[in-house]
Write a protein that binds this ligand. Structure first.
Ligand SMILES: [Zn+2]
Length: 320
């Protein structure tokens, strides 16, 4: 009896300490990456496959939740999953992109820019390399080119496989509106709601519940069917917009700040009419689902665009 009680106490303690969700659920990330695969150039697809770890079986989508499993191993990576803002339905990089200690660039937008730069560096000919700061101070590194050596790595280089897996995950995250929600309520994590009859929180509703309910009600619990439906929307309903989603005119960074700003605006709507202990049902579901599907589509298309840009015209990666 004593042991059972102890086990119960331990279990309650573990559950109580479980960290707030910090990502689309597995499904959201998987779908984002599956959609991205359809938009990769052959060259980028080959380069991506070369970088994937063996356990991925050659499938990028299999790795797209990896970053969530690393939040304890790489504690510094925890704030990189989101960019909560101080309000105003707006994401402001200078104001909002920092961790709790106030270090700048430590948010999902900074992470996307830095991992894009890291992947470019690891896949570019030496003379095109740029020096940039990496996110993890303990692993910070500079790469240096010398006349006859392709690359000399000072300190430890950022592992390109990990860079790819972080990048693919974070491009998904920045498209989840509540990842750019209010800092006050941790992106909706502290707003306890009922999703139909089940207890949840607003962040989790957007990460997981809307997708789960859609899968059950419309897609026979089959993710492949839901992915196909989103893919079909891209080529039909959203075909006029799709090119604009990809457009990113900056040469030095990604357009992740723009994606975060879009999410901040959508988050504002997601908060409307929701209070502590609200019950969210059909009305909320039917207004949230189209947003979730479109954000997954945009995340996929843009992830592919970023990877295509990184790996286009890249011979070195393929020959190494
Ligand atoms: Zn995440």
């Amino acid at each position: 009896m004593g042991l059972l009680l102890l086990l119960h106490v331990l279990l309650v303690a573990v559950v109580a300490r479980a960290p707030a969700t910090e990502a689309w659920g597995k499904e959201g990330h998987y779908m984002t990456c599956k959609i991205a695969e359809n938009f990769l150039t052959e060259e980028a697809s080959t380069a991506v496959k070369d970088l994937l770890p063996g356990w991925a079986g050659g499938d990028l989508a299999e790795t797209c939740s990896w970053a969530d499993t690393q939040r304890f191993r790489y504690k510094w990576s925890s704030p990189l999953h989101f960019a909560d803002s101080e309000g105003g339905c707006k994401f402001d990089y200078a104001r909002d992109c920092h961790n709790r200690q106030g270090e700048t660039n430590m948010c999902v937008v900074g992470a996307i820019n830095n991992y894009t730069a890291a992947l470019k560096d690891s896949s570019s000919p030496c003379e095109q390399q740029s020096h940039h700061s990496f996110l993890d101070p303990s692993r910070s590194s500079l790469t240096r080119c010398t006349a006859n050596q392709p690359t000399t790595t000072l300190l430890s280089a950022v592992d390109p496989t990990e860079s790819l897996m972080f990048l693919a995950h974070f491009v998904g995250d920045v498209h989840q509106p509540l990842h750019c929600g209010n800092a006050d309520d941790l992106g909706g994590n502290t707003i306890i709601v009922h999703w139909y009859r089940r207890k949840s929180n607003l962040h989790h509703v957007w990460d997981v519940n809307v997708i789960e309910t859609a899968m059950k009600d419309f897609y026979n619990n089959d993710m492949g069917t839901m992915i196909k439906a989103i893919q079909l929307n891209i080529t039909e309903e959203w075909s006029n917009e799709e090119k604009q989603w990809e457009t990113c005119r900056t040469r030095t960074k990604t357009c992740a700040d723009k994606y975060a700003d879009e999410s901040a605006k959508l988050a504002c709507k997601a908060y409307e009419g929701v209070e502590q202990d609200s019950t969210l049902e059909d009305d909320y579901f039917f207004s949230a689902l189209p947003v979730v599907q479109k954000r997954i589509a945009q995340g996929g298309v843009r992830l592919a665009a970023i990877l295509n840009k990184i790996f286009s015209g890249n011979r070195r990666l393929q020959s190494s």
